[in-house]
Write a protein that binds this ligand. Structure first.
Ligand code: EPU
Length: 337
């Protein structure tokens, strides 16, 4: 296996940050992955998938393993559903298009999310009323310490809002190799209740949408407010939407009558971090090579040549300002490396 030295990770992270990997290997099969792990037992490897949920702030000294396992297969085909297994190195959106081409429903609301299949369960990707967990059947992952291939059910993954077992207790322990999803062949469970989707379908004069229509609507919405990482470096939402008590929310309403919210439970509400950041005055702010996106304040961007450390400092300034103005601690969604 070819281990390359001192290569730039710029093409491997959607933020487009230019740091280097001291040692880098790309693996395209399970056997190759196992063998790299066996030969690298003295140090912890750095696992790189689609690079869509990380901010690189320094060079990586550990061995970088780029997981490039490919393949999509139907592993079960029943009257109204299929189980589709996709390998970790497949691009998520291309997988969504593969499903649409075959009329398989369930992932259309998750169109155009950057990143690869292998990253999807780690943060339980979600958008427009659907999360990966809604279609998730199981995944297979290699235990870095034992090189054993382990299968995880949905329950074992302990999915939450942008959360899973792999981001919590098992952080850094497993490498996701494949994900199997349960998708519908007919009688699709169409999710159009999310405001922006309804509006987009109405605008397109679509009254009985197909899964393809929903995907197209999601693509149009995302393209209108989220920057394309191929053009402007970014990692999607940089922060999570915070959950606060109803009491705290009522207090805030006195000063900010327009503050939006979504009900989470009897006692709790979720507040869009994008609104907090915009109200704090950061939306569209540019600091030379980086800044806050002008259409969606939740997204930090690299216009080219920014350092990860600069973006991290901006994120911390945003956190401090939001804390001071609203008494809310907003948590970063992106992994800081
Ligand atoms: N808002 C503002 N200003 C902004 C952005 C948002 O005021 O600059 C307020 C508005 O009230 C708007 C509301 O926030 O109505 C919701 O905005 P949006 O529909 O864009 O959703 P979001 O809560 O900001 C979340 C996800 C996105 C996902 C969308 C749609 C998180 C952290 N983000 O954003 O996920 O696409 O919902 O479902 O939950 C991602 O994770 O990378 C991502 C893009």
């Amino acid at each position: 296996m070819l281990i390359e030295q001192n290569i730039s990770l710029k093409p491997y992270n959607t933020f487009g940050i230019d740091v280097s990997a001291h040692h880098f290997v790309s693996v395209a099969s399970l056997e190759a992955l196992k063998s790299v792990l066996v030969n690298n037992q003295d140090s912890k490897p750095f696992i790189l998938g689609g690079g869509s949920n990380m901010l690189l702030t320094k060079d990586i000294k550990d061995l970088v393993i780029h997981v490039n396992l490919k393949g999509i297969e139907i592993v079960e085909d029943k009257d109204n559903h299929v189980l589709v297994k996709a390998y970790a190195g497949e691009n998520w959106h291309e997988f969504v298009l593969w499903c649409l081409d075959r009329g398989f429903g369930g992932v259309e609301n998750l169109s155009l999310i950057p990143g690869n299949i292998g990253t999807a369960p780690i943060q339980n990707i979600g958008a427009y009323g659907v999360e990966l967990k809604d279609v998730f059947e199981r995944c297979e992952a290699i235990d870095i310490n034992t090189q054993e291939l382990v299968s995880f059910s949905k329950e074992e993954c302990r999915f939450g809002y942008r959360e899973s077992y792999f981001k919590q207790e098992a952080k850094g322990r497993f490498i996701i190799c494949s994900v199997t999803l349960k998708l519908t062949k007919e009688k699709h469970n169409l999710r159009t209740e999310y405001g922006a989707i309804k509006g987009q379908l109405e605008q397109d004069n679509i009254t009985t949408p197909s899964i393809r229509d929903i995907s197209n609507a999601v693509i149009a919405i995302r393209e209108s407010k989220l920057p394309n990482p191929k053009e402007i470096g970014n990692s999607g939402s940089f922060f999570k939407n915070p959950v606060i008590s109803k009491e705290h929310f009522k207090q805030l309403q006195e000063n900010f009558p327009n503050i939006p919210s979504y009900v989470v439970s009897k006692e709790k509400v979720k507040v869009p971090a994008g609104w907090l950041i915009e109200t704090a005055g950061f939306k569209g702010k540019t600091f030379g090579t980086y800044g806050v996106h002008k259409q969606q304040a939740l997204v930090l961007v690299n216009y080219g040549g920014a350092k990860g450390q600069d973006i991290l400092e901006l994120a911390q300034l945003i956190q401090d300002t939001v804390q001071r103005l609203f008494g809310i601690a907003i948590e970063m969604e992106v992994n800081i490396i």
